[in-house]
Design a protein. Structure first.
Length: 297
């Protein structure tokens, strides 16, 4: 009886069979390679003429000159050609950068500033709608002299008086001696009328005196059409229309007096924003020192 195969003998037998199979496969492919028909090699026919160098002729290149660009539909201010990069301009008068030139150069090289259409006449602080301008009477019958700036009405009132048209109530009124400083001189004691007014809309209390005008803290710009003397009072955010042009007040400053305005029109490719200073013909410019707003209690 044959002895059973051990594990080592099994591995040797498998390896021997794989080696025999590998030799058989390699022999088969080698036999196919040797018995396969060989491809015909093309014969090279070399000419018997001697070599001669030949210079190639340069190809003729045609050149064309482009015609000048036609007028642009965006208007005379559009100065860019096909490959012209955008230019940034600085207007020293308005102190702003823009891609639109601030002036037009004529044929004789004279620079003409583009008309804006309107001018700044002056900038003034906005006064409070009720002013205390004086007082009358003796100690027991004192009454203040008030002015309604909306209507121009001047009336007498004391504590407890209600100004219905303005939505204000005179809370208190008195006249007392206070020390008043005089420029380049000694201070003096003067009688000053003081009134405390309560705003029914906001609930704030405003202190008015007859020695100085009370202001709201806001600013008003007086704008006139170029060449006109009549002006209109405008505040920040307000706008008006002249023909097909719309002007809007963007910002008002008192020191220095100036106003930033935006001009829009269908004929403009983009809004024109400028900073206007008071025109030279204005003989009464606003004071550079901004008055204080009325004190509240």
């Amino acid at each position: 009886m044959a002895a059973p195969l051990t594990q080592d003998k099994l591995y040797v037998t498998i390896a021997t069979l794989l080696a025999v199979a590998s030799v058989g496969v390699c022999g088969y492919f080698s036999w196919q390679q040797m018995t396969a028909p060989r491809a015909q090699v093309a014969a090279v026919d070399l000419p018997n003429t001697p070599y001669a160098a030949v210079v190639a002729e340069a190809e003729v290149v045609k050149t064309e000159t482009w015609s000048a660009p036609a007028a642009q539909s965006r208007g005379r201010d559009w100065i860019y050609d096909t490959f012209t990069p955008p230019e940034i301009f600085y207007n020293s008068r308005t102190r702003h950068f823009t891609v639109k030139p601030p002036a037009i150069v004529t044929e004789d090289a004279a620079v003409v500033e583009e008309p804006f259409g309107v001018e700044l006449v002056s900038v003034r602080p906005e006064p409070y709608r009720l002013q205390l301008i004086g007082y009358v009477g003796s100690d027991r019958s004192l009454r203040g002299t008030f002015e309604n700036l909306q209507t121009g009405e001047v009336f007498l009132a004391s504590a407890g008086h209600r100004v219905a048209k303005l939505g204000l109530i005179v809370q208190s009124f008195d006249v007392r001696y206070v020390e008043v400083k005089v420029a380049n001189s000694m201070s003096t004691r003067q009688r000053v009328a003081t009134a405390v007014v309560r705003d029914e809309k906001t609930g704030r209390e405003i202190t008015l005196t007859h020695r100085e005008r009370a202001f709201t803290g806001g600013l008003s710009a007086f704008i006139a059409k170029s060449g006109d003397t009549a002006s209109r009072e405008l505040r920040t955010g307000e706008s008006f229309v002249l023909g097909d042009v719309t002007y809007r007040i963007e910002k008002i400053t008192l020191s220095p007096p100036a106003v930033e305005m935006t001009k829009e029109s269908p004929s403009l490719a983009q809004p024109d924003r400028r900073t206007l200073s008071p025109r030279e013909s204005d003989d009464a410019p606003a004071s550079p020192d901004a008055p204080a707003a009325p004190s509240s209690q």
